[in-house]
Design a protein around this ligand. Structure first.
Ligand code: FES
Length: 104
């Protein structure tokens, strides 16, 4: 049984331009590129009602568009005030040119 959920083609994700993805039954997701690596996190900031894909990716850091808080996309760690609660991250599998996560 294939428990992978394809989110977006790798070719459609550029560094610095995270892509919002909706999957039925899951929270809104954000897909990021960092070099040749891909990362997936929840898209909703843990501080408020902001989508991180509307924010600013600088290397491994995504800055929220609302209050300047930020997270490390690799670990979900909150790295800048006022964000304190870590962001949920999802292990990524690349299959057939797609960024995939495992069905929780
Ligand atoms: Fe993201 Fe406040 S909503 S820092």
């Amino acid at each position: 049984m294939n428990d992978l959920i394809p989110l977006v083609k790798t070719s459609e994700v550029s560094e610095g331009q995270p892509v919002p993805v909706s999957v039925e039954g899951l929270p809104a997701l954000a897909v990021y590129r960092l070099g040749n690596e891909f990362y997936v996190t929840d898209n909703l900031c843990t501080h408020g009602n902001a989508m991180l894909t509307d924010g600013f990716q600088e290397g491994a850091i995504i800055e929220c568009p609302f209050h300047g808080g930020a997270f490390d996309i690799r670990s979900g760690e909150a790295v800048q005030f006022p964000c304190q609660v870590p962001l949920k991250t999802y292990p990524v599998v690349i299959q057939d040119g797609y960024v995939c996560i495992r069905r929780p």
